[in-house]
Design a protein around this ligand. Structure first.
Ligand SMILES: Cc1ncc(C[n+]2csc(CCOP(=O)(O)OP(=O)(O)O)c2C)c(N)n1
Ligand code: SF4
Length: 530
């Protein structure tokens, strides 16, 4: 008799539980809304979980574990997937001996991101299979399935979630008798699949395409987790995946549905057959017209999608509007207060000297990005994590001297660990004629995503002591930055202004660390110590 247990879980909690139940030996990631809670929950369940310095390193560590026959998990948000692409595009060639599941959380509507890209389009380009859950039950079931399929075909699997799936609580039922133990890891040397030189990569690429063809055959078969619900009439068929399926069901409950679970490789033949049974078929999907484009190319009876549906999160009103053929949909205005830095946040103090000195601030991503807005108005540029140093150097190299001397790069401590180091290397390797000034806002945490640890905090994911605390100052000195100085942004305003004024007038390379803990992290830490 199966032993079932039922819980109300968010999608992120369900993924963590499923990974734990799949015998996952190692979970590695870098924080990023809406994916962050997966590893935190995996750790609370007793799983072996780590924050890596960035998503590429996380994926590398997880891939290494999967090369040793273990089951491993990597977690990240959609833009983190970009950072890790170099690994993923070739890990699909090499394949894995064990199982490797990467959970990539998309943020349609950009609730907490700088863009709204669609992981399915990238996974398609990289030859990586994608499963798309539509609620927490499927987040659990598809994570377990992803581990099984990854081991069966020896290929990394992507679980694409979106904000509503990651953060909404829905019931999850699971069979306690189906839990898998940890596989004992072992390494078997095989350079033809593990060393991707051209001579090995060419046959590996062929092997990848064969695997994808086999997975497609499986996805076209009745074994696949795709679901068909016949409509009350043959008027309207809907093809949908992920949370868009739930919205479409609410918008048109009488329609026929093809619910796609494994969206790459897409079962175009099966969907085409389904589409022929309906007078008209609409594809409801959050993000890119990924399925729409593939289905239209295959000659399926589906309607082209208007560009308006590319933007923002779906809901049942939007799904209804798309089904009704609208092309000018705009969300009803919701009155909300724009996000602001906490009262007393050290970042507010950090920007004052930069504003007073009329600096051109090449900024980065973190809580401090809010300082670009009023009332602080202290940042001029922000594109992606780690870009502040490189962009500042670019400005310095082309602007007339009087303007170049105003340029300062500002970066948070977690972002520095993530991808600031390479910018600093560029600074010492190719310094601008006027030198440069980098300011690190060290609040001893990754505040933006909920106070996670990083290599510079001295604590690991579960907040236990780390074996080593990386010092940004020591790193900067070791690679050749001439001036490295610490200040407290709250107490040392005048000293900071004077020091900045002096260094902006020289042609030297300077790193200033403004160190003061984030108010919330300090409070949490005090609670943990109590
Ligand atoms: C590639 C990528 N990964 C993750 C994120 C999510 N994210 C945005 S800023 C940030 C780190 C913020 O920490 P820090 O630089 O220390 O600044 P703080 O928020 O503490 O002020 C993270 C994880 C992102 N935007 N891009
Ligand atoms: S969470 Fe911390 S870093 Fe972010 S605004 Fe609040 S005090 Fe500042």
């Amino acid at each position: 008799m199966p032993k079932f247990e039922k819980k109300l879980l968010s999608g992120n909690e369900a993924v963590a539980l499923a990974a734990f139940h799949s015998g996952c030996a190692l979970g590695v990631g870098y924080p990023g809304t809406p994916s962050t809670e997966i590893l935190e929950n995996f750790s609370l369940l007793g799983g072996n979980a780590e924050w890596a310095p960035n998503e590429k390193v996380a994926a590398e560590v997880a891939l290494g574990a999967a090369f040793a026959d273990a089951a491993s998990l990597a977690t990240m948000k959609h833009v983190g997937f970009n950072v890790a692409q170099d690994l993923f595009f070739t890990a699909s060639y090499s394949g894995v001996q064990g199982a490797f599941v990467a959970v990539v959380a998309d943020d349609p509507g950009m609730a907490s991101s700088q863009n709204e890209q669609d992981t399915r389009s990238l996974a398609y380009a990289g030859g990586l299979p994608v499963l798309e859950p539509s609620d927490s039950q499927e987040a659990y079931d598809f994570t377990r399935l992803a581990f099984r399929l990854s081991r069966r075909w020896g290929i990394p699997f992507i679980l694409r979630t979106t904000t509503r799936i990651a953060h909404s609580n829905t019931p999850v039922e699971y069979d306690l008798d189906s839990l898998e133990p940890l596989h004992s890891a072992k390494y078997q040397k095989d350079i033809s699949t593990h060393v991707m030189v051209p001579g090995h990569a060419k046959p590996s690429h062929l092997r990848l395409r064969r695997k994808l063809a086999e997975i497609l055959k499986w996805n076209e078969s009745d074994e696949s987790p795709n679901m068909v619900v016949e409509g009350k009439s043959s008027e309207l068929g809907i093809i949908a995946s992920g949370v868009a399926f739930q919205h479409a069901m609410e918008a048109a409950p009488d329609a026929g549905f093809f619910k796609v679970a494994l969206s790459h490789p897409l079962p175009v033949n099966k969907i085409s057959e389904f589409s022929k049974r309906y007078k008209r078929c609409v594809v409801i999907e959050e993000g890119d017209p990924y399925m729409t484009t593939l289905l239209l190319a295959a000659g399926a009876n589906v309607e082209p999608r208007d560009e308006v549906w590319r933007f923002g999160e779906f809901n049942s009103d939007r799904a209804k509007a798309q089904i009704d053929g609208a092309t000018d949909y705009s969300e009803p205005a919701v009155k909300s207060k724009p996000p602001q830095l906490c009262k007393g946040c050290p970042h507010v103090y950090s920007f004052k000297p930069l504003v007073d000195l009329n600096c051109i601030v090449s900024g980065d991503i973190g809580c401090y990005t809010l300082a670009a807005m009023k009332p602080v108005s202290g940042m001029d540029l922000q594109i992606c994590m780690g870009a502040s140093i490189g962009m500042g150097l670019g400005l310095r190299k082309v602007l007339p001297e009087s303007e170049a001397r105003r340029v300062v790069s500002v970066i948070g401590d977690s972002t520095f660990m993530h991808s600031g180091l390479t910018g600093l290397l560029e600074m010492v390797y190719n310094p601008p004629p006027t030198g440069h000034v980098v300011v690190v806002l060290d609040n001893s945490t990754t505040a933006m995503t909920g106070q996670q640890e990083h290599p510079g905090t001295g604590r690991k994911l579960d907040h236990s002591p780390a074996p080593h605390t990386v010092s940004i100052a020591d790193v900067a000195k070791a690679i050749g930055v001439q001036n490295v100085e610490f200040f407290n942004p709250v107490r040392d305003a005048e000293k900071i202004t004077e020091y900045l004024r002096e260094k902006l007038a020289t042609n030297e390379l300077t790193l200033i660390i403004l160190k003061q803990p984030c108010l919330l992290a300090a409070a949490n830490l005090a609670k943990m110590k109590a």
